[in-house]
Ligand binder design. Structure first.
Ligand SMILES: [Zn+2]
Length: 246
């Protein structure tokens, strides 16, 4: 497939804090980030990571600006883990059945606040690379989160970048989906509502609670990743309250 964006590889040194070299067991979703560092290019960011490879366990797979995309941790063939969302955050576990660092590819968008056309080109490149990664891994392009959704207390990205080009995160997701359809035109589309690769295994942090609700007959403890209706929630609260009363 012909990409308009120049995609090249400049890997971080392996066996460092930023790049452990540990392979991802599977790729389940994507996390959209921005660099948080206005006017820095993809190369600036990758060079910084290379020069500080042992400083801290923080990284991402790929940086994208108006000129190119640089993959600095493998995320195509034999993808490796990057450290781009705090493990103790639970939203990724709730939405996708695991920690982003274990099962998600992290993409970083570069931005240039005083140069809208440059920022727009970086965005366009980002959208193409994001769609390409979905196609490559055969994952629905809508299976993604902004970093701000997973860690709202600390993070606002990729909205730092999007605000300079008048886009919302919903726009970004739609643009990636449209680009994906363009790249895969004529091929069978992956259903948007697919859920078959969401692990049904109960997350470690929820196991005690699951055992408790089951033992107390507040819930049967099944379908750990399914949403509850208001009726179900009321009933579970009611059962817990009634037991507590007696
Ligand atoms: Zn981020």
């Amino acid at each position: 497939m012909e990409l308009k964006t120049q995609l090249r590889t400049q890997l971080l040194p392996q066996g460092t804090k930023r790049r452990s070299g540990i392979k991802m067991s599977e790729v389940v979703f994507f996390v959209d980030h921005d660099t948080g560092n206005a006017n820095s290019t993809a190369q600036n960011n990758v060079s910084y990571f290379i020069n500080s490879a042992n400083a801290v366990s923080a990284s991402a797979h790929i940086f994208i600006d108006d000129k190119e995309a640089i993959m600095c941790i493998p995320c195509l063939e034999d993808p490796e883990k990057a450290w781009h969302v705090l493990n103790e955050k639970i939203k990724d576990n709730e939405l996708f059945g695991g920690n982003a660092n274990d099962i998600a590819i992290g993409l970083e968008l570069c931005y240039f606040p005083t140069d809208v056309s440059r920022s727009l080109q970086a965005y366009e490149n980002y959208v193409e690379i994001a769609a390409y990664l979905s196609k490559y891994h055969n994952i629905n392009p809508s299976r993604r989160s902004g970093h701000f959704e997973l860690d709202p207390e600390r993070r606002t990205d990729p909205n730092n970048a999007l605000k300079y080009i008048g886009k919302t995160y919903t726009d970004m997701k739609n643009d990636i989906l449209m680009k994906y359809r363009e790249l895969t035109s004529g091929e069978e589309e992956i259903p948007v509502q697919e859920s078959n690769n969401i692990s049904q295994e109960v997350a470690a942090w929820a196991k005690d609670a699951q055992a408790w609700v089951t033992q107390k007959a507040i819930s049967d403890g099944t379908n750990p990743k399914k949403f509850a209706t208001r009726e179900e929630l009321w009933t579970m609260l009611y059962r817990a309250y009634q037991q507590n009363k007696s």
